[in-house]
Design a protein around this ligand. Structure first.
Ligand SMILES: Cc1cc2nc3c(=O)[nH]c(=O)nc-3n(C[C@H](O)[C@H](O)[C@H](O)COP(=O)(O)O)c2cc1C
Length: 363
């Protein structure tokens, strides 16, 4: 028996989905597939990577990515005078978030000025300018997240130093965590400037020699352990990917929800706000690198989620949680996003996306 061919989107629907697929996702996982029902209705079949990704054990980062996708869909649809309504199917398990998205013509909808930013937006993992953001830039970004969120700034050398220490410690945990090894190994596309379904090594923000060393070491976990134990293998990548970039930026920022996020809908909504903020940064000519893993590990610690079989690493994460709390504030449980931001040059290397055809699903 042959399975039915997915309906190929045409016309306006194809144009909207073509843009929407550029939404960001953790490790460029693109946890969505599209099923076109008719010219005004598409079903988004979401999934998460909890089975193999230690950063996604509860699916929340994937849910934020889905939020980013829904926001991008809505922005793209505005270019055609369409209003977007989204309904999540409550009967679906949280490992398979499913949304009915419908587009309706509405004469009051005008094209969102963020449309040109959808494809231009890209993560920036290299050092940026240390110029502080202007008052106007900060105001635009603060407004972009909407009333349900507040954007807080971490600025100035001393404050950035505390973030640099946090990120440096956090990276040690990530790079010595056996449970994260598979993710790191599988997500990097080596010798690549672009990647459709992963992160190209040239976009990582490390010098060519260190990249070569990382590629060699990451062939097996025993090599990683050996390098970490006897050759301080994590130091060079951590300095280049975490410590220096934490200082070389205009500011760090944290998006906090008015109330602690607990449900899938909370994380989807947070993803929508985050994407508006990121696209607004792009419109202002600014760049961002997410700094989500300290928030993820501290949430695991607070909620008692087991993420490693190694008690020493759990203890390390507990110490990092205290440090993160000192940096982010006593209300850290309301933090849904963290990143560094600044002026810079357009990244030379970036992730691309799976072609639309590969993202289509039949009914
Ligand atoms: C939920 C989420 C978490 C992310 N976490 C990180 C992160 O911790 N570090 C990082 O460098 N990029 C992070 N990213 C950025 C993605 O890796 C990036 O968006 C994706 O690879 C696509 O690349 P692009 O943004 O350049 O199009 C995250 C993105 C999302 C949506």
């Amino acid at each position: 028996m042959t399975s039915p061919m997915p309906t190929v989107p045409v016309g306006v629907m194809a144009q909207i989905l073509e843009l929407a697929r550029w939404a960001p996702s953790g490790d460029n996982s693109q946890p969505w597939r599209f099923e076109v029902v008719d010219k005004n209705h598409v079903i988004i079949h979401g999934f998460d990577t909890r089975e193999h990704c230690v950063y996604d054990l509860k699916g929340e980062p994937s849910q934020m990515s889905l939020g980013a996708l829904l926001e991008t869909l809505s922005i793209a649809a505005s270019g055609h005078g369409l209003e977007t309504t989204v309904q999540r199917r409550p009967e679906m398990p949280d490992t398979a978030p499913t949304f009915d998205v419908r587009f309706t013509p509405n004469a009051e909808i005008s094209a969102d000025p963020l449309i040109p930013c959808i494809t231009a937006r890209s993560v920036h993992r290299k050092p940026m300018s240390i110029r502080r953001l202007t008052r106007d830039e900060k105001k635009s970004l603060e407004d972009s997240v909407g009333l349900a969120y507040r954007l807080e700034w971490i600025e100035g050398f001393r404050s950035k130093w505390t973030v640099a220490r946090l990120m440096f410690g956090n990276a040690k945990l990530r790079l010595t965590l056996p449970e994260a090894y598979r993710t790191h190994r599988d997500v990097i596309q080596w010798n690549a400037r672009y990647s459709e379904n992963r992160v190209p090594d040239k976009a990582l923000g490390v010098d060519p020699l260190t990249v070569r060393l990382m590629q060699f070491v990451m062939q097996s976990w025993s090599r990683v352990e050996l390098f970490n134990r006897y050759l301080a293998g994590t130091v060079a990548p951590r300095i280049q990917m975490d410590f220096v970039p934490s200082l070389a930026c205009g500011a760090h920022f944290v998006i906090k929800a008015q109330r602690r996020p607990t449900t899938m809908d909370d994380f989807v909504a947070a993803g929508r706000a985050m994407q508006r903020c990121w696209l607004t940064a792009t419109r202002l000519g600014l760049f961002q690198q997410p700094e989500l893993t300290p928030l993820i590990f501290s949430r695991y610690i607070r909620e008692g989620t087991t993420f490693t079989a190694h008690s020493a690493l759990t203890a390390q994460a507990r110490r990092l949680e205290e440090r993160a709390r000192a940096v982010i504030g006593a209300d850290i449980e309301r933090a849904v996003w963290m990143g560094r931001i600044g002026a810079g040059t357009v990244p030379w290397s970036r992730s691309l996306r799976r072609p639309l055809q590969q993202l289509m699903r039949s009914n």
